[in-house]
Design a protein around this ligand. Sequence first.
Ligand code: DOR
Ligand code: ZN
Length: 345
Amino acid sequence: MTDSLTIRRPDDWHVHLRDGAMLAGVAEYTARQFARAIVMPNLSPPVTTTDAARAYRERILAAVPDGLSFEPLMTAYLTDSTDPADLARGKAEGVLTAAKLYPANATTNSAHGVTDIAHLAPVFAAMEEAGLLLCIHGEVTTSDIDVFDREAVFIERHLSRIVRDFPGLKVVLEHITTSEGVAFVEAAGPNVAGTITPQHLHINRNAMLVGGIRPHAYCLPVAKREEHRLALRKAATSGSGKFFLGTDSAPHARHDKESACGCAGIFNAPFALESYVTVFDEEDALDRFEQFASLAGPAFYGLPVNEETVTLRRGDAAVPETIEAGGTAVVPFHAGETLSWRLVA
Ligand code: DOR
Ligand code: ZN
């Protein structure tokens, strides 16, 4: 039995770090676990331009405690009025790594998202030309589509076209939650990849709805049926370069989640690696954890792998019921549980 695992330091290819007091409270959790992270731009107001991304990057760096090395990789939030030239400039100046497509009203702070994806053609063309990646929240938002079908319908209606029409564009289908998402990424060319969160590897929709409604298991895309969770576990642990780590850690104050209209988002940053490695252990795939956590992402993004290493050891990691951040209590993923792996260095 493997009791200790040393791998290159991982990166998080999808995280919400927020701003202000919450940023100051949560940045260290991500910076302790990861060397780099793709930082989501869904602030209020969103980060829509190169200048705004540059300023946000400075605020993130100021929030990382001394002694931790962490590189935020910035994204711009696409809107109906995104300027393609600004995105190209952001890439050329080393500010932007990717742009993020939120269909309007798909999730938290996405009201300014894109209302008609077809109108983004000039933006996608400029990104393809500039080598700027496209990160996609892949859910349709039309009221006729059941919330559990939103990802599969998005793939059919939109993603397949984007990938067909812009073959040189690198596309990440983020936080995939369905077997359809897995199948699409597998079948697509090498310019298409998917990230997978720890929660979608651990829970299915029962965790949210059985025995009472459990707001801390609610995120978007919402967890699906068990068959989908199993497909995600298979994809994550397959050793394929097309699936890599993206936590989608998304802190919200406890009172905003435990509410009549609770916010979507799971705060998993404090024990993200412990959570993921538990899955790889359960799937007898510890030898493929480094590929998922530390190698596949940099290869897809065209970035160097990290030189430092981290070590995980078998042993108890007790997850607290709440964590204070930004002057408020936040409930972490696995709250009150004891995970069987610890990050030791
Ligand atoms: O659950 C989610 N929370 N999904 C998202 O796409 C956004 C995120 C957030 O910002 O809270
Ligand atoms: Zn997200």
